[in-house]
Ligand binder design. Structure first.
Ligand SMILES: NC(=O)c1ccc[n+]([C@@H]2O[C@H](COP(=O)([O-])OP(=O)(O)OC[C@H]3O[C@@H](n4cnc5c(N)ncnc54)[C@H](O)[C@@H]3O)[C@@H](O)[C@H]2O)c1
Length: 346
């Protein structure tokens, strides 16, 4: 085993369990989870006890002062990201931060610039592109079996009660594009390349939420390809495919289709083959969340390996800004009723 990497986790809430299981699984690959932190003492202590973490804190400053942290994993909500990231980067600590990177473009840019100036590793835990089924789609597209993608649809439609685990969604000022669209728009970049123009229509279908819970986005990619990225938390369709992402990509030589149930149909040269691309069940994952849960392990592994190799992560801050720019463009488009060019990070 290579030298151990001392990892600390901040934020021990709803989603952090997946990070805790992942870092413990990655102990076999050299991740040493030395400390956890949450402003809620009960959560920090419970996480430390359950996951056998040597030390727990309620104060982030106290934790970074006392611990020798190689890799910090931030799993708090976005309103705290900039404050925590800037403190960590100021101390030269390599940092991973959950999506959404930040509430605003300005915050995301400030964190990216600070990390670049300090020469410190900063990456966003953007895990959809690390889901086993979506990795298989990307690999298949890269083989060239359908030619260069010219049209695509990436779709996430559910009526699953996401509010039970994340009740803060009711009060978000900007909701599904920032929460879920950030994942599916990232996938559109991975499959179809960078984005030149964005048109978006939003809907608020659940009267109990403050902001949009449904969005239909049309992207013109730099390659000339066009894609539709649509997502909602208000689909009433059975069987509900939560939390699977449906995919349809067409190219000059064929098509790749992922339907509910996670089978991939690849048509190439007039022949169609079917492949099971489901994620395996791990000792700590359960249906229907297992595809998303396993992707946390794969994402954390990628972060560990990138950090060790002194490489930028695939979802480094500067890369995630490109997705964030598409998110911002979608909001601008929905507000203005016009197509919007995504901002560029200098
Ligand atoms: N990638 C995914 O698939 C996925 C899925 C769900 C949630 N998330 C993201 O994970 C993040 C956390 O979401 P959640 O639902 O777990 O939220 P949560 O509110 O359940 O957990 C956040 C935790 O952070 C703690 N916290 C807040 N400020 C802190 C500080 N300054 N220092 C230490 N602890 C602090 C809170 O006490 C809370 O326990 C969000 O950004 C969310 O978008 C990602």
């Amino acid at each position: 085993m290579s030298d151990s990497v001392k990892v600390a986790l901040v934020g021990c809430g709803f989603f952090a369990r997946n990070h805790l299981f992942s870092w413990k699984d990655l102990a076999a690959e050299g991740a040493d989870l030395v400390a956890v932190c949450d402003i809620d003492a009960a959560k920090a202590e419970a996480a430390a006890k359950e996951f056998n973490v040597p030390r727990w804190y309620t104060d982030f400053d106290a934790m970074v002062e006392a611990e020798q942290i190689d890799l910090l994993d931030i799993a708090t909500r976005m309103d705290t990201h900039r404050m925590l990231v800037e403190k960590a980067i100021g101390r030269g600590i390599a940092t991973i931060v959950q999506k959404p990177f930040a509430p605003t473009w300005e915050d995301a840019v400030a964190m990216t610039a600070a990390a670049e100036k300090a020469g410190v590793f900063l990456a966003v835990h953007e895990n959809f592109r690390f889901q086993t089924p979506l990795i298989r789609v990307a690999e298949t597209l890269r083989t060239g079996v359908i030619g260069t993608p010219s049209w695509g649809r990436i779709s996430f439609r559910t009526g699953y009660d996401i509010y039970a685990g994340q009740p803060y969604f009711f009060d978000e000022e900007r909701f599904i594009i920032l929460d879920l669209g950030v994942h599916t728009l990232d996938i559109a970049r991975v499959f179809m390349g960078e984005v030149e123009r964005v048109y978006c229509e939003t809907q608020q279908r659940n009267p109990k939420v403050k902001a949009e819970d449904t969005a239909t986005v049309m992207l013109k990619h730099v390659s000339g390809a066009v894609s539709v990225v649509d997502f909602t938390y208000e689909s009433r369709k059975e069987p509900d495919p939560f939390p699977e992402t449906m995919v349809e990509i067409e190219g000059p030589d064929g098509a790749v289709v992922v339907d509910a149930g996670l089978t991939m149909q690849v048509t190439s040269g007039g022949e169609m083959r079917t492949e099971d691309i489901g994620a395996p069940l791990l000792h700590w994952t359960s249906k229907p969340w297992h595809v998303a849960q396993e992707s946390v392990l794969i994402t954390c592994r990628h972060m560990l390996e990138s950090f060790r190799a002194k490489d930028a992560a695939a979802t480094a801050a500067a890369d995630n800004l490109k997705t964030f720019a598409v998110v911002e463009a979608a909001y601008e488009s929905a507000a203005s009723g016009t197509a919007v060019k995504p901002r560029a990070y200098p």
